[in-house]
Design a protein. Structure first.
Length: 350
């Protein structure tokens, strides 16, 4: 692997006490190219703008997929990844759905570990801080013929981050717009999925909400995801969450939270959830909590959910499952507690 390092680091220019999510990038990035039927020219270079043709297919047909993961630094300054193999597999599942070239595990892992070694000083420690990792693939072939690209770039960017949501959030249930449909690409981390969600999210924000809760495309009766997060509800003393499907992302944080909850003695039901059920549970005082979960936020508590002219407020003030589960999740990720599941993987330096 060819490595070109910066002459001078920019790390002193970053205020690590006031990190805006995804606004700062480390000194280096990883790049590999797919051409002539193979991945080649794997390299680490200074973080800088790309030179790319305006005729590249990514701009015209949206062939681009990505992942989101994090690196954490423990009290001994060792760097750890959380379930990285799951991210690598899911990236290729997304790529397959968009008929893109898969990235071999050895290229993904070698590039990531070497990049983290070079920029290890950028991994912040403590207080909800981490190094966000953005692997992505995009079509780079220079042609506007509407067909699968024959050339791609695979890149990895690193960004030191703090807390994604600093407060509990207020969400609106969508009853018109849809994020995904059966047979579509909702389960993939495709750029277009997110682009299509921004307009409904803006409309919700204009009404005083922070994000949208997506419902099924056919009837808008079943709740599915929230913005960029999977959703969980505490009804009574059990957690209920929708099953993954062609429309719902198979969240790595989601499946981890389910395992931690079960291990903590909390009953979890994975089943379809209707809007009607939430309204009725709220009216009876049984809807105690709701929270989103994902790589960026880990767990983000929801204090209110709007649906048409109704507002459902969460009534659980103490003994919140969201706080318990997030604390246990963070302990595992930062190595502050036992990782009985074997999810963490140390980044070893040469």
């Amino acid at each position: 692997m060819q490595i070109t390092k910066v002459n001078k680091s920019r790390i002193s220019e970053v205020d690590f006490d006031n990190l805006s999510f995804g606004a700062n990038f480390t000194d280096h990035m990883f790049v590999a190219d797919y051409k002539d039927g193979q991945w080649k020219d794997a390299r680490i270079v200074p973080y800088e703008p790309l030179v790319i043709s305006p005729g590249a297919k990514v701009f015209h047909y949206g062939q681009t997929v990505f992942e989101g993961m994090k690196a954490y630094k423990d009290e001994k300054d060792l760097v750890w990844l959380f379930r990285p193999d799951e991210n690598q597999k899911r990236l290729n599942i997304s790529a397959e759905r968009l008929d893109m070239q898969a990235v071999p595990a050895e290229i993904f892992n070698e590039g990531l570990h070497k990049l983290l070694e070079i920029d290890s000083e950028w991994v912040p420690k403590g207080n909800g801080r981490s190094l966000y990792i953005r692997p992505f693939i995009f079509a780079s072939e220079e042609t506007i013929v509407a067909s699968t690209s024959s050339e791609y770039k695979f890149m990895i960017l690193l960004s030191p981050v703090g807390v994604y949501f600093s407060n509990d959030v207020k969400l609106k249930i969508a009853d018109k717009f849809s994020r995904a449909a059966n047979g579509g690409v909702g389960f993939a981390k495709a750029g277009g999925n997110y682009a299509g969600s921004f307009y409904p999210a803006r409309l919700a924000k204009e009404e005083g909400f922070d994000q949208v809760i997506w419902t099924d495309d056919a009837t808008h009766s079943f709740v599915e995801e929230a913005g960029v997060m999977n959703l969980m509800f505490r009804i009574g003393d059990k957690i209920v969450t929708a099953p993954t499907s062609e429309r719902i992302l198979d969240g790595i944080t989601r499946k981890s939270i389910i395992e931690i909850a079960k291990d903590s003695g909390i009953e979890v039901e994975v089943r379809p959830i209707t809007v009607k059920e939430l309204i009725e549970a709220s009216a009876k005082g049984e809807l105690k909590e709701a929270f989103g979960c994902g790589t960026a936020a880990i767990i983000s508590p929801i204090y209110a959910i709007g649906y048409k002219d109704q507002l459902m407020e969460m009534r659980q003030k103490g003994n919140r499952y969201s706080e318990l589960l997030k604390a246990k999740m963070v302990e595992i990720q930062t190595k502050a507690g036992e990782d009985k599941f074997g999810w963490t993987k140390q980044v070893t330096f040469a």
